[in-house]
Design a binder for this molecule. Structure first.
Ligand SMILES: NC(=O)c1ccc[n+]([C@@H]2O[C@H](COP(=O)([O-])OP(=O)(O)OC[C@H]3O[C@@H](n4cnc5c(N)ncnc54)[C@H](OP(=O)(O)O)[C@@H]3O)[C@@H](O)[C@H]2O)c1
Length: 295
């Protein structure tokens, strides 16, 4: 079995450098009535049996059905060997009360007692960030989440959250990959490093765009290191200090590849080349609209 190295959260707890995303399990935005539950459960179990321990889900994936499927897949594993992360969507979790309800509902769906990490999915410009943060603290103080964090928090919101809660904010998940460079450009990555907050890169393969041949520099690196394009894209992220990533893989070959990113290194010169010469670089994520926020 592959052993995924850990980074340290500000709380002192360990977090694996790669987690398994679950978007698409149980359906898409809505539940798929013909979902292949047994196939998806088997692929999650395969991922755990081969080294994944962090499973990253959300209450709104497939209208809650994703968490039920994940909950079935993780039964039978020793809970303390898993690192369960869930996330409340900012359109449902609009204040302290509703984020607590969302988290409790997720725990019920997954048949779990606590999350290792619980997140708010993004800033809702119409609701109070402070109220959401109060809800996250409640979850932590009541043992429902060991650690708390945020997602899609750009620098102003992240700073406001950290000014309010200090080192309780241990994690910020952002759209980040070879193409989408927002965390580097907007200052969130530097700020996370300065404060010891883990920057978690979601959509590391840009939904498969970085998995295909056709981008010359990526193809050259894959050839040079005798790895796939996906492995180069994942490795480029996790070689960066303070960065972990959430990859979604259901196919067993993909799971195997995504786990085989630790016993080798991209040279410093090649990391720099990928940093600067990658031919498509987009400054702002298309997953999270620019906005103002209320505290
Ligand atoms: N915080 C947020 O706002 C936010 C937003 C988006 C996503 N996320 C989280 O981040 C996770 C990952 O992002 P994502 O699912 O959007 O995109 P992604 O991980 O960039 O791409 C997933 C796609 O890549 C394929 N894949 C995985 N490993 C591969 C490999 N080695 N070779 C070729 N293809 C490979 C998967 O195929 P198979 O499944 O067929 O193996 C899947 O189609 C999500 O599942 C979700 O949990 C969070």
């Amino acid at each position: 079995m592959n052993k995924i190295p850990n980074l340290k959260l500000l709380s002192g707890r360990d977090i694996p450098q790669i987690g398994l995303g679950t978007w698409g399990i149980g359906g898409g935005p809505v539940r798929d009535p013909n979902n292949d539950d047994s196939g998806q459960i088997a692929s999650i179990k395969y991922a755990i049996d081969n080294g994944f321990s962090l499973i990253r889900t959300a209450h709104n994936y497939a209208q809650g059905y994703c968490e039920e499927v994940v909950g079935k897949a993780i039964q039978g594993y020793d809970r303390k060997n898993l690192f369960l992360v869930s996330c409340a969507n900012q359109k449902t979790a609009v204040d302290k009360k509703s984020i607590i309800e969302v988290a409790k509902g997720s725990l019920k769906s997954m048949n779990a007692d606590y999350f290792d990490l619980f997140l708010i999915g993004a800033v809702n410009p119409d609701t109070s960030v402070k109220s959401i943060l109060d809800g996250l603290v409640y979850l932590q103080e009541h043992g429902l989440a060991k650690d708390i964090g945020v997602s899609n928090y750009r620098l102003p919101e992240l700073k406001a959250a950290v000014e309010y809660l200090g080192p309780k904010i241990v994690y910020n998940e952002m759209h980040y990959n070879l193409i989408i460079r927002e965390p580097e450009i907007c200052g969130a990555l530097d700020y996370c490093r300065e404060k010891g907050i883990i920057l978690s890169a979601y959509r590391p393969l840009q939904l498969g765009q970085l998995s295909k041949p056709g981008i010359v520099l990526l193809d050259q690196m894959a050839k040079k290191y005798d790895k796939t394009q996906s492995q180069i894209a994942l490795k480029w992220l996790i070689q960066k200090p303070g960065v972990i990533t959430m990859t979604k893989a259901a196919n067993q070959n993909h799971i195997d590849q995504d786990l085989d990113v630790f016993e080798w290194e991209i040279s410093k010169e090649d990391i720099k080349k990928l940093d600067s010469d990658f031919p498509i670089q987009i400054r702002i994520s298309d997953c999270s609209e620019p906005r103002t926020f209320k505290f």
